[in-house]
Design a protein around this ligand. Structure first.
Ligand SMILES: Nc1ncnc2c1ncn2[C@@H]1O[C@H](COP(=O)(O)OP(=O)(O)O)[C@@H](O)[C@H]1O
Ligand SMILES: N[C@@H](CCC(=O)OP(=O)(O)O)C(=O)O
Length: 374
């Protein structure tokens, strides 16, 4: 079997029993399947949900709590229990586990993004299985990943994974939620995530899930752009992940468009950076940026909003406000305001700058609206 790098994301619905608590049996089954992949020479990173589900009962809640603070408290109790369960099971297969609790800031900050990537590389080199979750207990609302589907897509991009396997309680993406629409039909293979798919996918079906199918489809779109092949579905027994990687899984396979499979800095800019402001450009500049990937000159800029410094990331929108892409700016926002509409030479004279481009093409990434994480 060819050596591949695989991110496996396991949702709460695939880790819990009928009473919504953590199921030791399911943890054991998933672990055996991951161990089989690792023993076949594959590099595996696990993104596991389940901290809230594992912890809420110990704090006296009768069902998964709804408020942020109670979920944070439940996760603080449950994360330890979740890791304990995984570590014990992986030990039976002779595999060392490593816990990694991420916040959005760990990927938003460029240095932390690269550090996280390097550390994961080291763990994989040493044959450990990293087990990642969002650091729920300290994640502040508004700057969270939202759900572990998105986190798994970003991690898959970060480590240049070949596959992202999203295990859930439904065997694929249907053209309607199969729990409410028994006639819904399943997609077995999709070349690219299209708008129809996003419309068909809705929220969670279980009482423990967070993002539902919608967040999985959005995550698949991001992962696909980063060159990662995605599977969303289910399976049984220790061979299930091997089967999925070999194309025999019970679910939906989504091809990769590979647009952003190149440089790390472009991946970071596209999906992890937080834009500090927006530049509005005219139609001609919008066309040149999206079709030819040229640099952005001041002459094509018609408006600036937000306050940003040299090196910050800004969104670029067309006159109708549609996202064209994102780039690292060579001038701060107050200087750009002074040079908009000018030629490169005029702009350099006014600003005293050394480059005519406001965004150089090497630090530019063309994005479609739905691809932007925020
Ligand atoms: N179009 C769809 N196809 C399949 N499942 C869907 C669709 N729309 C919504 N769902 C729901 O998404 C659920 C899976 O998401 P979720 O409950 O968040 O699981 P997890 O805990 O694994 O992340 C399914 O149980 C199903 O009810
Ligand atoms: N980080 C949370 C899970 C968040 C999440 O996305 O849940 P899920 O939809 O079940 O994958 C936890 O560990 O409980």
């Amino acid at each position: 079997m060819k050596k591949r790098r695989i991110v496996v994301k396991i949702g709460s619905s695939s880790l819990t029993d009928r009473a919504d608590g953590l199921s030791a049996e399911l943890v054991s089954e998933h672990t055996a399947a991951i161990a089989a992949l690792a023993q076949a020479g594959q590099e595996v990173v696990l993104v596991s949900s389940g901290a809230v589900a594992a912890g809420f009962r110990n704090l006296g809640y009768h069902s998964k709590p709804a408020s942020v603070v109670s979920k944070q408290a439940a996760a603080a109790v449950g994360q330890g229990l979740l890791m304990e369960a995984y570590t014990e099971e992986f030990k039976k297969h002779g595999i060392i586990t490593a816990q990694l609790l991420l916040t959005r800031q760990d990927l938003v900050n460029k240095d932390r993004f690269h550090n996280t990537g390097r550390m994961l590389e080291e763990l994989l080199k040493r044959r450990a299985v990293p087990i990642i979750n969002e650091n729920d207990s300290i994640s502040v609302e508004g700057i969270t990943f939202g759900d572990n589907d998105m986190l798994s897509a970003l991690v898959a991009g970060l480590i240049h994974a070949d596959h992202l396997i999203i295990l859930t309680d439904v065997n694929g993406i249907y053209d309607g939620n199969p729990h409410n629409e028994p006639e819904a039909r399943k997609y077995t293979y999709i070349a690219e995530v299209h708008d129809g798919l996003l419309k068909a996918a809705s929220g969670p079906g279980s009482s423990v899930g967070t993002g539902g199918m919608k967040s999985k489809v959005l995550a698949a779109r991001i992962a696909g752009s980063l060159g990662v092949q995605v599977f969303i579905g289910t399976g049984n027994g220790p061979e299930k992940l091997l089967d999925i990687v070999e194309g025999r899984g019970d679910g939906t396979y989504i091809g990769s468009t590979s647009r952003l499979s190149g440089k790390d800095s472009k991946r970071w800019m596209a999906f992890c950076s937080v834009p500090s402001g927006t530049l509005t450009v005219d139609d001609g500049a919008a066309r040149a940026l999206s079709a030819k990937g040229t640099s952005l000159l001041p002459v094509g800029i018609t408006g600036v909003s937000g306050t940003f410094r040299t090196g910050d990331v800004a969104n670029v929108v067309d006159p109708q406000g549609n996202l064209v892409g994102r780039g690292q700016v060579n001038y701060p926002s107050d200087v750009i305001e002074e040079i908009i509409g000018r030629t490169g030479d005029e702009a350099m004279k006014i600003s005293g700058g050394t480059t005519p481009e406001v965004i150089h093409c090497n630090r530019w990434i063309h994005l479609q609206k739905e691809e932007a994480v925020r």
